[in-house]
Design a protein around this ligand. Structure first.
Ligand SMILES: Cc1ncc(C[n+]2csc(CCOP(=O)(O)OP(=O)(O)O)c2C)c(N)n1
Length: 667
C-alpha cells in the first residue's frame, strides 16, 4: 500500500463517505458533514501511515488515533469496519446510534474496540491525546524504542480548537516538545451556526507556532499533500499541526460547504445526488469487493511489525517482561500494595504527630512512588501546596522524559485531560494536584474519566474553609457534593494520616475508577492507631469510636477534618451522660455500594444522627435522614484564619453537641 492511484484513493475514501451518509440516514440522526469532508485525510492516514493491527486492537505499541471531533463518529466506525476490526461489522454500522450497538452516537472507548478514547465534548480529544503522547515519550525513555515507539494522531475540528481546553493542551504539548503528536485539523470553516467567521478570526497556524509547534496548511482533499505533510511532521522535533482545508460534506450537491450538513441526515435526494457526484453506484451498506479488499489489505499492513514487536518483548529478560506486562495490564498486586501500606503505617506509628492530610499524602507518596514506577505525578503549579512531589522525584521534561513529575503549569483542565490520556495509553497511573475548589476547572475531564472507567487520581488539597485566609474564592463549599454526584467517581476525604494512606491504597487498587483525594491544608491529629492492619476505609464509612456507658443515643457522622470536631463533641455529650458513637465517612461512594444490611449496621440505631462536614448538606440526608442534624456550611466562606472561620460558621464541638441535644429533647 505504498502508493495508490488517485482513482484508487478516491474509491476508498468514497467508501467512508457512503457508509457515513447511509448510516446517518438510517439512524435518522447523526453528523454526515465531517466524515464526508475528512474522508481523504482519514484514508491517507489509515492506508499509508497509521501503525495498527485490527487483529490486536490493544497492541501496546500501536499508533493512537483520536477523533477529537467525536460528532464525526461515523468516520471512525467506517474506518474500523473497512480495515477489519471485529468489533464493527456492517450490521453494527446499520445499527448506528441504536441501544446496545457498538456504534453509539459519539465514540465510547468502553463500547467499541479500536476506539482509543471517548470523545464528543469538543476539545477533550486533543487534550487527551497530549497525555497519550506524554505517556509514549515517558515509556519510550523507560523501555527503549524497541518496545515503545509510536505516534499519536488527532483529527480535530474548528470546535476542538475554539474550546479553551485546547489552549492548555497545545501549550503543554509545545512546551514538552511532544514531536510524536500530529494534529490533523479539519479546517472546513463551518460550525453549527454557519461559517466560523461568525465567531472566530484566530490565525491557527500562528497560534500553534507560538506555542512551539510546527504548523502548515494544505489542501485536505489532496492525498499526496496530506501524505507529504504527515511525513514532514514525523520528522519534526516538535508537535505538528496540519491544517487541512476541506469542504464539509464533500460531494453533496447542495449541502457541501454548508452547515446544513453538519448534524442532520442529508435526505434521500441529496444522498442520491452525492452518489452521482462521487460515482458511487453500490447499494447502501454494500462495499464493492475490490474496495473492501483494498481496505482490508491496508488494515493488515502492520501485521509483521506487530509480530516483530511481540518477539522483542518475548526476548526481554523474564523479570523485565513480567514487569512490562504488569504495567500494561494496569495490575497493582495486593502484596505490593499491602507492603507499601504497611511501610507507611510503620512510619506513622514511629512518629505520631499532627499532620495536615496533604502532608500525610506526601508521606504516603514517599513510599508509593518508589514502589510503583507506573505512578506519574504532577501539579497545576501548586506543587508545594498540594505536596504531590515526594523528595527525589525527578521532573518530566523534554530533556528527561523519564522524569516522573509533571509541572502542568496553571492548566487544571488540560492536566485532567492529559491524565485521562496517560491512563488510556496504559503503563502509567497518573496522579496530580490542585486545590479542591478548582475541581470545577477540570470537571469535564473528570467526568470523562468516570464515563470511561479510568484510574486517574486527583489530589485536591485545601478542601474547606479550613484553608483560611485566602477566603471564599478558594474555599470549596459545594464541591464535595458536586463531585459525589458524578457516577463512578470515588471522592475520598480522609480524617487523619492513617486514613490518608488507606485511601491512597484504595485509589491505587481501583483499576476501573477515578478518585479524588480531598485533603486538608490545616493540621489534624492522628485519630487512628497506625499499627492496625485492616483498611476500614474500604467500606466507605465505619465506626471510629463506639458509644460508651450504654447503647448509643447519638451517632455523629463526619468526614475529613470535621471528624476531629465530632470526636470532641462526643466528649461534651459524654459530660451530659449521652453515649455517643463516631462514624468516620471517608468515601460516600464505597459506602453506598455496600449491601443494605451492612450499611444499616454502620448507620446504627441511635435515635439521633448528626453529620458534620465543612461543606453544604447535600448528600448527607442519605445517611442521617431528613430529620437528622447537620453542622456545616449553608453559603460561601470568608477570609480569616481557619479557627476564626470554624467559630464564625458554627462548625464547633459545642455546636455539634447542641444540635444533638436539641434533637434528643425533641424526641
Ligand atoms: C464542549 C462542547 N460544546 C458544544 C458541543 C456541541 N457541538 C457539537 S459539534 C459543534 C461544532 C461544530 O463545528 P466543528 O467543530 O467545526 O465541526 P464540523 O461542523 O466541521 O463537523 C458543537 C458546538 C460539543 N459537542 N461539545
Amino acid at each position: 500500500m505504498s502508493s495508490l492511484s488517485r482513482a484508487e484513493h478516491d474509491r476508498m475514501a468514497n467508501a467512508i463517505r457512503a457508509l457515513a451518509m447511509d448510516a446517518v440516514e438510517k439512524a435518522k440522526s447523526g453528523h454526515p458533514g465531517l466524515p464526508l469532508g475528512a474522508a481523504d485525510i482519514a484514508t491517507v492516514l489509515f492506508t499509508r501511515v497509521l501503525k495498527f493491527d485490527p487483529a490486536d486492537p490493544h497492541w501496546f505499541d500501536r499508533d493512537r488515533f483520536v477523533l477529537s471531533a467525536g460528532h464525526g463518529s461515523m468516520l471512525l466506525y467506517a474506518l474500523l469496519y473497512l480495515t477489519g476490526f471485529a468489533s464493527v461489522s456492517i450490521e453494527q454500522i446499520q445499527r448506528f446510534r441504536q441501544l446496545g450497538s457498538l456504534t453509539p452516537g459519539h465514540p465510547e472507548v468502553e463500547a467499541t474496540e479500536g476506539v482509543e478514547t471517548t470523545t464528543g465534548p469538543l476539545g477533550q480529544g486533543i487534550a487527551t491525546a497530549v497525555g497519550m503522547a506524554i505517556a509514549e515519550r515517558h515509556l519510550a525513555a523507560a523501555y527503549g524504542a524497541g518496545i515503545v515507539d509510536h505516534h499519536t494522531y488527532v483529527l480535530a475540528s474548528d470546535g476542538d480548537l475554539m474550546e479553551g481546553i485546547s489552549q492548555e493542551a497545545i501549550a503543554l504539548a509545545g512546551h514538552l516538545k511532544l514531536s510524536r503528536l500530529i494534529v490533523l485539523y479539519d479546517d472546513n470553516h463551518i460550525s453549527i451556526d454557519g461559517p466560523t467567521s461568525l465567531s472566530d478570526s484566530v490565525d491557527q497556524l500562528a497560534r500553534f507556532e507560538s506555542a512551539g509547534w510546527a504548523a502548515c496548511r494544505i489542501d485536505g482533499h489532496d492525498p499526496d499533500a496530506i501524505l507529504a505533510a504527515i511525513e514532514a511532521a514525523q520528522k519534526s522535533d516538535r508537535p505538528s499541526l496540519i491544517a487541512c482545508r476541506t469542504t464539509i460534506a464533500f460531494g453533496a450537491p447542495t449541502k457541501a460547504g454548508s452547515e446544513k450538513s453538519h448534524g442532520s441526515p442529508l435526505g434521500a435526494e441529496e444522498i442520491a445526488g452525492t452518489r452521482r457526484n462521487l460515482g458511487w453506484t453500490a447499494a447502501p451498506f454494500v462495499i464493492p469487493d475490490d474496495i473492501l479488499s483494498a481496505w482490508r489489505a491496508a488494515g493488515a499492513r502492520a501485521r509483521d511489525a506487530r509480530a516483530a514487536w511481540q518477539q522483542r518483548v518475548a526476548a526481554l529478560p523474564a523479570d523485565a517482561r513480567a514487569e512490562l506486562e504488569r504495567r500494561i495490564a494496569g495490575a497493582v498486586p495486593a502484596e505490593m500494595l499491602d507492603a507499601a501500606l504497611a511501610e507507611i503505617k510503620r512510619q506513622l506509628a514511629a512518629d505520631p504527630k499532627d499532620r495536615a492530610s496533604r502532608s500525610s499524602s506526601e508521606l504516603a507518596l514517599g513510599v508509593l512512588v518508589p514502589a510503583f514506577p507506573e505512578l506519574v505525578g504532577g501539579s497545576a503549579d501548586l506543587t508545594g501546596s498540594n505536596n504531590t512531589r515526594p523528595k527525589g522525584m525527578p521532573a518530566l521534561t523534554p530533556e528527561n522524559y523519564g522524569g516522573r513529575f509533571i509541572h502542568y503549569g496553571i492548566r487544571e483542565h488540560g492536566m485532567a485531560a492529559a491524565m485521562n490520556g496517560m491512563a488510556l495509553h496504559g503503563g502509567i497511573i497518573p496522579y496530580s494536584g490542585t486545590f479542591l475548589v478548582f475541581s470545577d476547572y477540570c470537571r469535564p475531564s473528570i467526568r470523562l474519566a468516570c464515563l470511561m472507567g479510568r484510574r486517574v487520581i486527583h489530589v485536591m488539597t485545601h478542601d474547606s474553609i479550613g484553608l483560611g485566609e485566602d477566603g471564599p474564592t478558594h474555599q470549596p463549599v459545594e464541591h464535595l457534593a458536586a463531585l459525589r454526584a458524578m457516577p463512578n467517581l470515588q471522592v475520598f476525604r480522609p480524617c487523619d494520616a492513617v486514613e490518608t494512606a488507606e485511601c491512597w491504597a484504595l485509589a491505587l487498587a481501583s483499576n476501573h475508577r477515578p478518585s479524588v483525594l480531598a485533603l486538608s491544608r490545616q493540621n489534624l491529629p492522628q485519630l487512628r492507631d497506625a499499627t492496625a492492619t485492616e483498611n476500614p476505609c474500604a467500606g466507605g464509612a465505619y465506626e471510629l469510636l463506639p458509644a460508651e456507658g450504654g447503647p448509643a443515643r447519638v451517632s455523629l457522622f463526619a468526614s475529613g477534618s470535621e471528624v476531629t470536631i465530632a470526636v470532641a463533641a462526643r466528649k461534651r455529650l459524654a459530660e451530659h451522660g449521652i453515649p455517643t458513637r463516631i462514624v468516620s465517612v471517608p468515601c460516600f461512594e464505597l459506602f453506598f455500594d455496600r449491601p443494605d444490611a451492612e450499611r444499616e449496621a454502620v448507620i446504627g440505631d441511635a435515635p439521633v444522627r448528626v453529620a458534620v462536614e465543612a461543606a453544604i448538606r447535600q448528600g448527607w440526608d442519605a445517611i442521617v435522614g431528613s430529620q437528622g442534624g447537620f453542622v456545616g456550611m449553608t453559603g460561601f466562606g470568608a477570609s480569616a484564619p481557619a479557627p476564626d472561620l470554624y467559630r464564625h460558621f458554627g462548625i464547633t464541638p459545642e455546636r455539634v453537641a447542641e444540635v444533638a441535644l436539641s434533637k434528643l429533647q425533641a424526641l
